[in-house]
Ligand binder design. Structure first.
Ligand code: ADP
Ligand code: MG
Length: 166
């Protein structure tokens, strides 16, 4: 991501991370790519649960680590395609499936452990990184990198987030 803008915040617990995902989900319109970066247990799947709720999915979001990709039906005939490339050494046919999701304007593509497919991901993705903090095991530093085209979206979320986690 060459010309990414950055917004950083802190989520103080599990519910905060879900809520932030939900705020993002509410604003998405389809065609976006969300890349999630964290170590195991960082909060990627938790964030995706909130995102799915914000997009109006009633489905149960769990980690797709062993199924590798999952689909959640959402409002306005949108879908979330949730990929997890953890433990995969070679993307194979999934890279094609991912490319198809990325090119569908009705799909929000969420990718965990995206390293091996980073060349397939589009440049204007929104990248969300979760890091532990030294003080509190329930706290996560969250860094969102976004393209200029997502500035309005991120500013809106920032304002709504201030009300949740002042
Ligand atoms: P990942 O998908 O990155 O492996 P998960 O979302 O599956 O991570 O798991 C995150 C774990 O960390 C959960 O057990 C959750 O309860 C815990 N947790 C504690 N604090 C937070 C926080 N602020 N945000 C997200 N998860 C948190
Ligand atoms: Mg996960």
């Amino acid at each position: 991501m060459s010309t990414a803008l950055i917004w950083q915040t802190v989520s103080s617990n599990l519910d905060g991370t879900k809520k932030l995902g939900e705020l993002l989900g509410r604003h998405l319109r389809g065609g976006e790519t969300i890349e999630l970066l964290a170590d195991l247990g960082g909060g990627k799947t938790t964030f995706t649960q909130g995102l799915a709720k914000g997009l109006g999915s009633s489905g149960n979001v769990s980690s797709p680590t062993f199924t590798i990709s999952k689909i959640y039906k959402c409002r306005d005939s949108l879908e979330i395609h949730h990929f997890d490339f953890y433990r995969l050494s070679e993307p194979g046919i999934l890279a094609d499936q991912l490319a198809e999701s990325l090119s569908d304007p009705k799909v929000v593509t969420v990718v965990e452990w995206s390293d091996i497919v980073s060349d397939v991901l589009r440049k204007n993705r929104i990248s969300v990184k979760f890091e532990p903090t030294p003080n509190d095991p329930d706290e996560r530093r969250i860094t969102i990198k976004y393209p200029e085209s997502a500035t309005g979206l991120i500013k809106a979320i920032e304002t709504e987030w201030e009300e949740v986690e002042p």
